[in-house]
Design a protein around this ligand. Structure first.
Ligand code: AMP
Length: 391
């Protein structure tokens, strides 16, 4: 038997379901794909999640199990929204695997988000076992991800297993130096994960809108850039801590009153090395910063990237994120991209194929990295068939 990585301790895997031939298994997948409309109705804009769900379903069928799948789609908040029905998703799934029924969008029922036990019982009625393969929903206390393991033998599917193995492995046994790049817009959203990462990493690179609260904490002028004054003190504490923090030393800014975003071209764009003048908005890290970040990333043993370092959707402010993304893709160490916008940036820049692991969960990845656990994983570890962990 192969040794399980420590990150998977106590988590029941597909093998822990025992003999499943002839059994009926409910699989909670994440088939929440981006949907659009054309003259013929709903269209699936990207079926990556549907294709990714197949290996677990296939494995179960290969063992002789009968498989039924459930998922959420969008945020209908407890009402039936015809545009978010699973019909087109089930049709697409059927092109990849035969004989998998898909239950209607679990979020059409208000009891899903309320984690109602009666809803859990209805969901699993007639099933012998349950599999959770929906990492992107596993940070939620929702019925379909935390409920079933209380009642039937349960397991993590292959996708969920891989996420926990890789992200958990980062927290437990990363190759050093461990460098994290944390970007995105709001510092408030990332402070929790930063507080964990300062204890786990050697260097944290901070970019994006959130960098300006750190720069302001150092007394730098940040003009009209994103700033959260209520968090200045907490940012200062992180800067004063033992972990090396790299902040932008130059910033690309947009002139007062101009707009930014995909296809915007209006306004003047200037690179500032010192303070950003009043009214100017910092929207990307400058070339000097990007180079310095890239050096730290390329020579790392482990790299974790979560969040773009600039407004990469706007071509004028994409270069910093591109340079960082290329360094992540070319690092000699292990590269992990933590879902959400950084995964989208890696894909936009054609780098996704060179990255060792792209997480499928945005909020779920951040929460897992912050707490080292998620509600749905705890639920699985409490299943009756979960492997015992030697204390
Ligand atoms: P998040 O969802 O917090 O990861 O943030 C991602 C978003 O942050 C992207 O859409 C970027 O456009 C945005 N972003 C990155 N850098 C900045 C910046 N300097 N100012 C404002 N927004 C930014």
């Amino acid at each position: 038997m192969t040794m399980r990585p420590a990150a998977l301790d106590g988590l029941p895997l597909l093998e822990d379901l025992g003999a499943i031939s002839g059994k009926r298994i409910l699989v909670r997948s994440d088939l929440n794909v981006p949907l659009g409309e054309d003259e013929n109705g709903t269209v699936i804009e990207d079926d990556f999640r549907i294709r990714s769900a197949v290996p677990t379903l296939q494995w179960l069928q290969d063992q002789g199990a009968e498989v039924v799948c459930c998922t959420h789609v969008g945020r209908p908040h407890g009402t039936s929204v015809p545009q978010l029905a699973v019909g087109p998703i089930a049709t697409r799934l059927a092109t990849y695997i035969d004989d998998v029924e898909v239950i209607e969008n679990v979020r059409f029922d208000p009891r899903e988000e309320a984690n109602d036990v009666e809803f859990v019982k209805e969901l699993i009625k007639g099933f012998d076992a349950y599999v959770n393969d929906a990492f992107g929903a596993s940070h939620r206390n929702h019925a379909s991800v935390v409920g079933p393991p209380q009642f039937v033998p349960s397991a993590a599917g292959r996708l969920l297993e891989k996420e926990v193995e890789v992200l958990g492995g980062l927290l437990l046994e990363p190759d050093v130096p461990f460098v994290a790049i944390i970007g995105g817009s709001k510092v408030a959203d990332k402070l929790g994960v930063l507080k964990t990462l300062v204890k786990k990493t050697d260097t944290i690179i901070i970019g994006g809108g959130m960098a300006f609260t750190f720069l302001a904490a150092q007394g730098r002028g940040v003009g009209a850039s994103l700033l959260d004054e209520s968090l200045l003190k907490e940012c200062q504490e992180i800067l004063d801590g033992p972990c090396e923090i790299l902040l932008p030393t130059d910033v690309i800014a947009l002139s007062p009153g101009s707009s930014f975003g995909a296809n915007c071209t209006q306004g003047d764009v200037v690179t500032y090395r010192g303070d950003i003048p009043d009214g100017w908005m910092g929207l990307d890290v400058g070339p000097q910063s990007a180079e310095r970040f890239a050096e730290a990333i390329t020579s790392a043993g482990t790299v974790l990237w979560n969040g773009p370092v600039g407004v990469f959707e706007d071509a004028r402010f994409a270069q910093g994120t591109r340079t960082v993304g290329e360094a992540v893709a070319n690092t000699k160490g292990t590269s992990v991209v933590g879902g959400g916008d950084s995964a989208r940036a890696a894909e936009d820049f054609g780098l996704a194929g060179q990255i060792d692991f792209l997480s499928t969960g945005g909020g779920a990845s951040l929460e897992f990295l912050e707490f080292g656990d998620l509600p749905a994983l705890t639920a699985l570890r409490h299943a009756s068939n979960a492997p015992r962990v030697a204390k």
